[in-house]
Design a protein around this ligand. Structure first.
Ligand code: FAD
Ligand code: NAD
Length: 507
């Protein structure tokens, strides 16, 4: 993120798009754009970008782009879809840039294969009535040869009794678990998504008849079988499961699947500090969703007519002080700890939400893998402000489930004492669990503060980030404002920590 000039906030952009000004220079006309034409508009003062086949004139948006003009210019005059997906595929550009739409590409440009390997999926080669047979082929560009990467036998089936409909998805995944299965059943539409590394398998149908809101999901973890059990509203015989929706029965890259949102009810809002609140959202009854440790969700609100999306990392209702039992996800509530900024577009709107109001919550995303800490002996967490949020579930997971851990240390950077989130709970935890230690460091302390002060620096890190033994296996996780995270990673590398030993939480 770069500092934006005054008058160039997201709110200012939304105002400009509503002003009726001609932002494309085409007076509302939509045109078909050839690749040659697109390539001509590659300057700051005349910049067109193609995203998923649609071309936008982003010239007026330049100064409003939170990532800065240079980032946007990387895609000037080209197909920026891949770049966009890498950096922020969650941003609802269709809504944000709708007034900048120039038109469609005449021929949809094909994104360049990554690393010279093109993955093509040949789908729907039926080898039996109920089994779809997927072949994933790799195309090795330098050698110009095609090779078989792997076979996937992903399929679904369904059956019924008088009162129930059971949809079964066979994944053949040995380590299938609740975090990899996301089910939504609302208004006669069933959507079941299975996550397999970077891929997603989807079953999505408009059901033939109405079902009740209760949905049961059973997962046979060892064989990878997922059962979605729906209750019929009327005890009639169904002739078919329903009509297939777009994307039904496909196995594609996760990044190619649009973000799915469901409306969640705000059930409580409690103060954590003077500016930070804990929001408790309730998932609809037909939703099965567990947010994995270290992953975030996107919240979506319509603010003065424009859809605005921001990421937030779910926490727990409180820090469990007894780690004898692995944490139990109640499957119903999502807790978010959110700082309300006095001039924050999204957080101000969030703060205005009343209990029982609804807000859209996406499927989880993130690249943190529990396996990164599963074999570590020392876990060091560096958090700045609300960068504490991913550390909550991580702390819980580490202390409850990682048996080889000897030390867990949280180094928590804040501006003032009043900004420290869950300070009491953290101190309590340190008293109760001898593996856990917490260090608070303030950047703007009052003169009464006797603890450590300063911002993240090489000397502070060399003082607090240490292995418990010379050769112990360590993981350092870092999250906070972007400059904090970037500087922290650099200092850690300077101190001799390898890339594999560091995990930085980012968007
Ligand atoms: P904006 O309208 O974007 O900004 C208005 C003003 O607020 C800015 O000028 C600045 O003064 C201040 N401000 C805004 N954003 C920041 C910032 N990021 N750092 C410092 N000052 C800022 N936030 C949480 O509170 N809890 C979370 O769990 C959480 N999880 C996140 C997870 C990810 C992966 C990422 C990338 C961000 C996360 N954030 C979290 C930040 C959140 O997404 C928003 O950026 C934040 O809520 C501000 O949004 P806004 O629209 O209110 O502010
Ligand atoms: P803040 O402004 O209260 O700052 C907290 C501390 O961070 C400061 O005391 C200081 O020590 C450090 N810090 C702040 N700015 C710095 C800078 N420029 N250089 C070095 N250190 C700096 O923080 P906040 O308002 O609570 O913001 C928290 C940030 O964490 C937000 O930017 C948010 O987007 C980010 N966040 C990211 C994720 C994620 O990526 N997964 C999750 C949660 C929060």
């Amino acid at each position: 993120q770069v500092p934006l000039k005054p008058g160039r906030s997201l709110m200012d952009w939304i105002r400009l798009t509503k002003s009726g000004k001609d932002l494309t220079g085409l007076k509302g006309r939509l045109i078909e754009v050839t690749e040659d034409e697109l390539a001509k508009h590659n300057k700051k003062e005349d910049c067109w970008i193609c995203i998923r086949g649609f071309v936008y004139n982003v010239t007026p948006y330049m100064e409003y782009h939170p990532g800065g003009e240079d980032e946007l210019m990387k895609a000037a005059g080209t197909d920026g879809t891949d770049l966009f997906d890498q950096v922020h595929r969650w941003v609802n550009y269709e809504s944000m840039l709708k007034e900048c739409l120039v038109g469609r590409m005449a021929v949809k440009p094909i994104a360049a294969p990554k690393d010279g390997v093109y993955l093509g999926v040949i789908k729907d080669q039926r080898i039996s009535n109920s089994t779809d047979f997927f072949i994933v082929l790799g195309f090795d560009k330098p050698k110009e040869s095609i090779f078989l990467l792997y076979f996937l036998f992903y399929s679904y089936d369904w059956f019924q009794t008088d009162s129930l409909i059971t949809v079964v998805i066979y994944t053949k995944q040995k380590d299938m678990n609740a975090e990899l299965v996301i089910v939504d059943c609302q208004d006669k539409r069933l959507r079941g998504e299975i996550i397999v590394d970077d891929y997603s398998y989807l079953v999505e149908v408009d059901l033939d008849h109405a079902v009740s809101e209760d949905v049961t999901v059973n997962i046979a973890e060892k064989v990878g079988k997922v059962e979605i059990i729906l209750k019929k509203k009327d005890n009639i015989h169904w002739k078919m499961l329903g009509q297939s929706c777009e994307g039904h029965n496909t196995f594609i890259k996760r990044t190619d699947r649009g973000l799915f949102y469901r409306k969640c009810k705000l059930v409580s809002k409690t103060e954590v500090t003077h500016d930070t609140k804990l929001f408790c959202l309730m998932l609809p009854r037909g939703t099965h969703l567990c947010v994995p440790t270290g992953h975030h969700v996107y919240l979506k609100q319509i603010i003065t007519g424009t859809e605005v999306v921001k990421p937030y990392t779910p926490v727990l209702p409180s820090l469990p002080l007894d780690f004898k039992e692995p944490p139990h996800h109640d499957g119903v509530h999502i807790y978010l700890m959110i700082k309300i900024y006095s001039c924050g577009l999204f957080t101000q709107a969030l703060d205005r939400l009343q209990i029982e109001d609804y807000i859209s919550v996406s499927n989880p995303e993130g690249n943190f893998k529990k396996s990164q800490v599963q074999t570590s002996e020392d876990l060091i967490l560096l958090a700045g402000g609300t960068g504490f949020t991913p550390m909550v579930k991580l702390l819980n997971f580490a202390l409850a489930e990682v048996s080889c851990l000897r030390t867990v240390k949280l180094i928590f950077f804040n501006k003032t004492e009043d900004d420290i989130l869950w300070r009491n709970q953290l101190e309590q935890l340190a008293l109760r669990d001898e593996r856990f230690e917490v260090q608070f460091i303030l950047s703007q302390p009052t003169k009464d503060w006797v603890g450590k002060q300063g911002k993240i620096s090489s000397s502070l890190l060399s003082e607090f980030v240490k292995r418990s033994r010379k050769d112990s296996k360590v993981v350092v996780c870092i999250c906070g404002p972007t400059p904090f995270t970037e500087q922290g990673v650099q200092y850690l590398k300077d101190l001799g920590y390898s890339q594999e030993e560091i995990h930085a939480f980012t968007a």
